[in-house]
Design a protein around this ligand. Structure first.
Ligand code: SF4
Length: 694
């Protein structure tokens, strides 16, 4: 502040990092951001913040920011700087030519969980109305798509059930495949407060995460399962609940489908699901697992919070359904202190899914196959919408390699770094005739692009983000877009150039259209969000001020549906050649592929990704702390520094994925969730050996 001068005004807005969605005041001096101050009135954070939202904002004005559109005919040619009009015309002409030569289905678009709801809505609308197909997908494909599927199938809505504050009413808190201290820090502080008040923690995770070391709290119960065995573990917990008579029969009788329950009950009662029968598979001692199930099953209020350690598996969707089964069986749905709560990684993962980014769903999770739904959008948009689902991201990439898919518009996602099996992704991108990348930076994906459109940061536009608790928060413009246009304006220009007219003058008009077409958003407007501070959807005539707790009296599908969750082991098993299992995650100071945090001072705290491994695994290989180690999988190899850690179980190694040079995704495999194609980032069989400095 001394260097920059004192702020002369502030703008209330929302953090652009994780799914907690903290509210901040951006304190400005003219057009210059001086500091980010957590907002005491923020409904998700109540004045708290973490080191990312509070300090890691320098990327927004970093010299690396793209400020001029660029085009090139071929990816081997140098970029040519051009004006907006020329870049948009070039992109539109290429896309039109591709469709004329290869058909309507030969192009598609990818929305971003970093952009606003309004921007995401426009991209999927451009694809459906402007491209004339359903080839729209979102980066949520690679994180929480199984949440969308699993919760819809069981509870009837693709969203978490609670507010964050609800955890303060939990007696038992079950955290599965998540590390909130690093990935959702403000929520983690809330959990810690509740633990210090006496709540009991159960953690199901291969690693001993920080929450287990909360000072002045009971240490909790750690279930250190082997990567890939989530479903066996959740089934074993449910087995104990059912066979020991811990079900909430009144809840089941009143709220759940009786046939589905009886089917599930027969299945889960089978002895093969018991903690003893599954102990060797999960690696969790049977008595500890029984204790955890009894704690959960007898608690007054038991809540479940989960992360990508649940979804990013070949059985991600099955596990999400298994979690919903456990919550329903114990009656832990529909009041304070309970519920099923996916911890969304990115600021607007929930929103990007809500806004119709998936190829099979229009906004509000309305299936494209439903005629009346399609008809309402067709009337409003003045087009005909395909009644069949389009391509998912992995299908687009495969089709690109086959030559059937030729043009792609990517808004705010770096798929070359974030998607698994980098070699495959790069081959697909290289084979496109037109790749349009709209981003803040020249990212890894942009290396294969023909058109580069400079995106805008959260400080440069108006709109909304929806956090992990379905809370729609306002994003407010604090400075002029560095490249002259906000992301929604770029999409609108591209649509107009393609011949599908869009004439919005402000994002509030886009939200008005979303509300018109989406039953769960019917009562949402910028005016109402500004008045109330935030709104949790569903917001409609029934719930005009939003819905903090879902499923209080019934489910959107009427009765809750238990699902039979058969455990199918992943094909990615360790063997003598690849004896260790690699799993991945985040660290506090960095964020995802690091495009933002690596361009801030946060980078000095975690300047490289490292490999954590158990002391015994290190000793077996002659590895000491700080040594360089080579990591080889069936897919590829990379080199990292080793960190020897007691927090790792033997046989499991761990790394983060924040630095492109580390190449975590060079070694991850093509395995994916059976229902949604979400990649199985969390299980890769590897060999680790000491190497000389690379
Ligand atoms: Fe931003 Fe998440 Fe940190 Fe809040 S907890 S300041 S939303 S990164």
């Amino acid at each position: 502040i001394i260097e920059e001068g004192l702020p002369d005004h502030s703008v209330r807005t929302t953090c652009a990092y994780c799914g907690v969605g903290c509210s901040f005041k951006a304190e400005m001096k003219g057009e210059r951001l001086i500091r980010m101050v957590p907002d005491q009135d923020g409904h998700a954070n109540h004045g708290h913040s973490c080191v990312k939202g509070r300090f890691a904002f320098g990327y927004a004005t970093h010299p690396d920011r793209l400020t001029t559109p660029m085009i090139r005919n071929h990816i081997d040619e140098p970029w040519r700087e051009v004006g907006w009009e020329e870049a948009i015309d070039f992109a539109a002409r290429r896309l039109k030519t591709i469709q004329a030569e290869h058909g309507r289905e030969s192009i598609g678009g990818i929305t971003s969980s970093r952009c606003t709801n309004e921007e995401t809505y426009l991209v999927q609308k451009l694809v459906r109305a402007g491209f004339g197909n359903n080839n729209t997908d979102t980066c949520a494909r690679v994180c929480h798509s199984p949440t969308g599927y699993g919760l819809k199938m069981t509870l009837g809505e693709s969203a978490g059930t609670q507010t964050f504050d609800s955890v303060m009413h939990s007696d038992v808190i079950l955290v599965i495949g998540a590390n909130p201290t690093d990935a959702h820090p403000v929520f983690a502080s809330q959990v810690r407060r509740r633990l210090r008040q006496g709540a009991t923690l159960i953690v199901a995770d291969p690693r001993a995460i920080d929450l287990l070391y909360t000072p002045h709290a009971d240490p909790g119960l750690h279930l250190p399962l082997k990567p890939g065995t989530n479903v066996a573990l959740i089934n074993a917990m449910a087995h104990v609940v059912v066979t020991e008579g811990l079900e909430d029969q009144a809840f089941i009788d009143q709220r759940c489908d009786p046939d589905a329950f009886q089917r599930w009950r027969r299945f889960i009662s089978e002895e093969r699901h018991s903690p003893e029968a599954t102990e060797s598979e999960t690696g969790v001692p049977a008595d500890r697992l029984r204790e955890a199930a009894r704690l959960f099953g007898t608690a007054g209020n038991a809540s479940i919070y989960y992360g990508l350690g649940v979804s990013e598996h070949s059985q991600g969707s099955t596990m999400v359904m298994g979690i919903a089964n456990l919550a329903m069986a114990t009656g832990n749905i529909g009041r304070e202190g309970v519920g099923v709560n996916p911890l969304r990684g990115q600021n607007n993962v929930q929103g990007s899914c809500d806004m119709g980014s998936f190829p099979h769903e229009l906004p509000g999770y309305q299936h494209v196959g439903l005629e009346d739904v399609r008809h309402s959008f067709e009337l409003d948009w003045g087009v005909t919408i395909d009644d069949e689902a389009g391509l998912r991201i992995p299908n687009m990439l495969d089709a690109a390699i086959d030559g059937d898919f030729r043009g792609l518009y990517v808004q705010g996602e770096d798929i070359a770094q974030s998607d698994p099996n980098t070699q495959h992704v790069e081959a697909a991108l290289r084979s496109l005739d037109c790749l349009i990348v709209q981003d803040l930076f020249l990212n890894e994906t942009a290396k294969f692009a023909h058109v580069l459109l400079p995106g805008s940061s959260f400080l440069e536009k108006d709109g909304t983000f929806t956090n992990a608790e379905r809370r729609i928060n306002r994003v407010r413009q604090a400075m002029t877009p560095l490249a002259g246009k906000a992301d929604w304006e770029i999409t609108q220009d591209l649509s107009n150039a393609l011949g599908y007219p869009m004439h919005y003058s402000h994002p509030s008009e886009i939200m008005d259209e979303i509300a018109r077409l989406t039953p769960t958003f019917r009562g949402v407007s910028f005016e109402k969000i500004d008045r109330l501070g935030s709104i949790q959807w569903p917001c409609n005539d029934e719930h005009p001020e939003g819905t903090p707790i879902m499923h209080e009296t019934d489910f959107p599908i009427g009765l809750g549906r238990f699902a039979v969750t058969e455990y199918v082991p992943t094909t990615e098993r360790s063997n003598s050649r690849y004896p260790l299992l690699l799993t991945t995650g985040r660290i506090l100071s960095q964020y995802n592929v690091g495009a933002q945090t690596r361009r801030t001072r946060n980078d000095t705290w975690h300047a490289e990704d490292v490999l954590d491994l158990h002391p015994q695994d290190a000793e077996d290989r002659g590895i000491r702390d700080g040594d360089w180690v080579g990591i080889t999988s069936r897919t590829g190899s990379t080199v990292l520094h080793a960190v020897v850690s007691e927090r790792m179980p033997p046989g499991v190694v761990y790394t983060t994925f924040h630095h492109p040079v580390s190449g975590a995704n060079v070694i991850t495999t093509d395995n994916s969730d059976w229902a949604t194609n979400c990649p199985e980032y969390k299980v890769t069989a590897v060999q680790v050996e000491k190497v000389h400095q690379p």
